[in-house]
Design a protein around this ligand. Structure first.
Ligand code: GLP
Length: 256
């Protein structure tokens, strides 16, 4: 079962996620991180940047990317990752990959999988969750075994992401995303969710049932998952009291 950590604020969640990354990097300076975009991980990046760790050897793989935006578009996930993660954390730009950032789109999925494998696999994958239950851009119906590939975004996701663009029509129709199978190969998943709008998807992901109709539910099959949520996102969890009790009584030697 996932370790569910219910915290009082989005900032507190960022500190818990940063603890997990810090513990990893101190143990393994050349750690491989899976990087998520969106608003959810922002306090994690901020908390981590404030710790002034040497992250210059860390390698990074973004979860997903839009397809069809002009190169250098400020809302491409390449630009977002550079602006919000690489620069503030002091990562080495050449060690951070984004799907389809190198070579033809037709082989980008296979190439990305090979690059992750060559790096030794992802040690810790940061995840947000969409209101459709997507992780990465794996929209409902995505196979639990899927690997990095192109997908078509749902209308719901395009509407949700329109806030980053001048108009909803500018949100691309297509994307390339690590698959659910790719995400499942990461050694540790850290899923963050905040606000009431995420409560239903989050409860579905953590407490089931397991279904490709709610892609985030695949995390129930992973041996090491940490779910960090605020009270609003936790509001539909049936076992919330148990999660609080387990977190309060965790043993000192237990790592996040
Ligand atoms: C986006 C991203 C996901 C992200 C999710 C939630 O579309 N592709 O990686 O986790 O949807 O976004 P946000 O964190 O902005 O709510």
């Amino acid at each position: 079962m996932a370790e569910v950590v219910i915290v009082g604020s989005v900032d507190a969640a960022g500190e818990v996620a940063a603890d997990a990354i810090e513990q990893l990097v101190l143990r393994k300076p050349r750690a491989v991180l899976g990087l998520a975009t969106g608003s959810t991980p922002l306090t994690t990046w901020r908390a981590l940047a404030a710790r002034n760790l040497d992250l210059s050897e860390v390698r990074g793989f973004a979860l997903d990317e839009y397809v069809g935006l002009p190169a250098g578009h400020p809302e491409s996930y390449r630009s977002v990752i550079t602006r919000e993660v690489v620069e503030p954390l002091g990562l080495t730009p050449s060690l951070v990959r984004v799907p389809a950032d190198d070579g033809p789109i037709e082989t980008a999925g296979v190439d990305y999988e090979a690059a992750i494998e060559e790096a030794g696999g992802i040690d810790l994958q940061i995840l947000g969750i969409g209101r459709t239950g997507h992780i990465g851009f794996n929209e409902p119906g995505s196979s639990f075994a899927s690997l990095t590939r192109m997908k078509t975004l749902t209308e719901q996701t395009r509407r949700d992401n329109a806030r980053f663009f001048d108009s909803p029509e500018q949100v691309p129709l297509h994307c390339i995303t690590q698959g659910l199978g790719t995400i499942m190969r990461a050694r540790h998943l850290v899923l963050l969710a905040f606000g009431e709008a995420k409560a239903s998807a989050l409860a579905g992901a953590v407490e089931g049932p397991l279904t490709a109709s709610l892609p985030g539910s695949v995390i129930q099959l992973h041996p090491q998952v940490t779910v960090i949520v605020d009270e609003a996102a936790a509001s539909e969890l049936v076992y919330a009291d148990y999660y609080r009790y387990a977190w309060k009584n965790r043993l000192a030697w237990e790592q996040i």
